[in-house]
Design a protein around this ligand. Structure first.
Ligand SMILES: Cc1cc2nc3c(=O)[nH]c(=O)nc-3n(C[C@H](O)[C@H](O)[C@H](O)COP(=O)(O)OP(=O)(O)OC[C@H]3O[C@@H](n4cnc5c(N)ncnc54)[C@H](O)[C@@H]3O)c2cc1C
Length: 395
C-alpha cells in the first residue's frame, strides 16, 4: 500500500486499545494511521497479561470502567465468536472466609444486573474447583479466558483489510501543532494528521506532555510476575480461583487461571518496576526511575503503601513465599511444580496526591485525545473503549 502524506487520524500505540480505536474509525471509512515503536502489535501490556475476560463485578456502578467493561465483554464475546478465536467462558470463583464480604460483592452483581452470580460453599464450591483451599466463594459465570495477543493480531488484520495503515518501528518523539494539522515526528519520519489519539500505554503521559498537555497524573510501571504450574498438574484447576480483592487497590491479587491453551498460571503480583518496560529486576532505566522516585504523587503513594510494597518485593524475590501464596488458594502445588514465565508491566496512573487511579481516564487536547489510564480490564473492555473514543471524536 502506498503511504499517504496526511491522515484524518493518527493513533500512537498498536496495543489493544489503539487498534480497537483504529478499527472503529476505519469501519467508518476514515483515513487512519497507527504508529508503533515496536516491530509487531501488542508486544507490551496487551500481549503480557492474565488473559482473563473480566466479568466487571468489581467496578463501581456508573463508573466508566464498569460501563465499558460490561459492554466491552459482550462485544468481545461476539467478536471472538465471529472471528473463530479460541476462548472459554466457564466462570471463576472468588474465595474468602468472610461470607459477609462475598455477599456484599454479590449485591454489587445484582446492581450491575449480572445473572447467576451465586454464593457457593463446601461441596458446591468443591464441585466447581475440587482443590480449592477456601470453601466459601462467589461463583461468577461471566468470567472467561482468551489469548489477547491473538485478539490484537486479529484487530490489526481486520484494520489493514479495511484499508488502514500501521507503521512499525516509529517511536514518536515530538508533536508539533502546525496550522490546521498535527505533525508527529519519529527519529526518521514526520506524519501529518488532523486529529491525534494517544494510546501509548506506559508512555501515554509522556506523549500527552509532548502534545502540550499538563496531565495531573504520571504513569507508574508496576510489574506483574507469573509462575506456570507444571503441565502434568493441569487437572488441579478447572477455570479460575481468585482471592477477594482489596477494595483500596486496583490490583486483583495473585490468582490462578487456566489459560485459553490449558496451562495453569499463578500471578500477577505488583512490584514497582525500575523502568517503564522493566520486565525483570535487572531492567533499570535511571531516567525513568528518577522521574518515578521524585514524583510527589509517588512519594505520597510510597508512604501510604510502604508495607504492602515491601512485602510484594520480598515475595517477588523469594519463590517460597510466592508458593505459599498459591498454596493459600489451591491444594497440590509445591515449589518444584512451578516455573517463572514472562512478566507484564501495568501502566498505572497515579495522581499528585498519591492516589492510584481506579477509573479509566481520557483527556482531550486541541485536536487530540489522550488515553491516560487504561489498566485492567482494558483488554476485556477494548472494543467498548475504541467504540466510545471513535463516537466521541466523530460526533
Ligand atoms: C500483568 C498484567 C495483567 C493483566 N491482566 C488483564 C486481564 O486478565 N484482563 C484484562 O482485561 N486486562 C488485563 N490487563 C490490562 C490490559 O492488558 C491493559 O489494560 C491493556 O493491554 C492496555 O492496552 P493499551 O493498548 O492501552 O496498552 P499497550 O498494550 O501497552 O500498548 C501501548 C503501545 O504503545 C506503544 N508506544 C508507547 N510509546 C510509543 C511511542 N513513543 N511511539 C510509538 N509507539 C509507542 C507501545 O510499544 C505499545 O505497543 C493486564 C495488564 C497487565 C500488565
Amino acid at each position: 500500500m502506498s503511504k499517504k502524506n496526511t491522515y484524518d487520524f493518527a493513533i500512537i500505540g498498536a496495543g489493544i486499545v489503539g487498534l480497537s480505536t483504529a478499527l472503529h474509525l476505519q469501519r467508518q471509512n476514515k483515513n487512519v494511521l497507527v504508529l508503533e515503536k515496536e516491530n509487531k502489535p501488542g508486544l507490551h501490556q496487551s500481549g503480557r497479561n492474565s488473559g482473563v475476560i473480566h466479568s466487571g463485578i468489581y467496578y463501581r456502578p456508573n463508573s466508566s470502567k464498569s460501563e465499558l467493561s460490561i459492554r466491552g465483554r459482550n462485544l468481545l464475546i461476539e467478536y471472538l465468536n465471529e472471528k473463530g478465536i479460541n476462548y472459554r467462558q466457564e466462570g471463576k470463583v472468588v474465595v474468602d472466609n468472610d461470607l459477609e464480604k462475598l455477599e456484599n460483592l454479590q449485591s454489587r452483581s445484582k446492581e450491575l444486573e449480572m445473572h447467576g452470580v451465586d454464593i457457593v460453599q463446601d461441596d458446591d464450591l468443591l464441585s466447581i474447583e475440587p482443590n480449592s483451599v477456601i470453601k466459601k466463594g462467589l461463583f461468577v459465570p461471566q468470567a472467561g479466558v482468551v489469548d489477547y495477543g491473538e485478539v490484537v493480531r486479529t484487530y490489526a488484520g481486520e484494520f489493514i483489510e479495511l484499508g488502514g495503515e500501521i507503521q512499525y518501528i516509529e517511536e514518536i518523539i515530538e508533536i508539533e501543532n502546525a496550522h490546521n494539522a498535527k505533525k508527529i515526528k519519529s527519529k526518521n519520519n514526520s506524519f501529518s494528521c488532523e486529529f491525534l489519539i494517544n494510546c501509548a500505554g506506559l508512555f501515554s503521559d509522556e506523549i500527552a506532555r509532548m502534545d502540550g498537555m499538563s496531565p495531573n497524573v504520571r504513569i507508574i510501571p508496576f510489574r506483574g510476575e507469573y509462575y506456570k504450574i507444571r503441565n502434568t498438574k493441569n487437572s488441579i484447576l478447572n477455570n479460575m480461583i481468585y482471592p477477594l480483592a482489596d477494595p483500596d487497590l486496583p490490583f486483583l491479587g495473585i490468582h490462578l487461571t487456566k489459560t485459553a491453551n490449558g496451562d495453569i498460571e499463578a500471578g500477577p503480583n505488583a512490584v514497582l518496576a525500575f523502568s517503564k518496560e522493566g520486565y525483570k529486576w535487572t531492567d533499570i532505566n535511571f531516567v525513568d526511575l528518577t522521574k518515578v522516585l521524585t514524583y510527589p504523587g509517588m512519594i505520597k503513594l510510597g508512604k501510604k503503601y510502604l508495607k504492602t510494597g515491601l512485602s510484594e518485593m520480598y515475595r517477588s524475590l523469594n519463590k517460597k513465599v510466592f508458593v505459599k501464596e498459591i498454596q493459600k488458594l489451591i491444594n497440590g502445588v509445591s515449589s518444584e511444580d512451578i516455573i517463572q514465565i514472562p512478566s507484564g508491566v501495568r501502566a498505572q496512573a497515579v495522581d499528585e496526591e498519591g492516589n492510584l487511579l481506579d477509573d479509566f481516564l481520557f483527556e482531550e487536547g486541541s485536536s487530540s485525545l489522550h488515553v491516560l489510564n487504561s489498566p485492567s480490564p482494558a483488554a476485556t473492555a477494548s472494543l467498548a473503549i475504541g467504540e466510545s473514543i471513535a463516537s466521541k471524536i466523530l460526533n
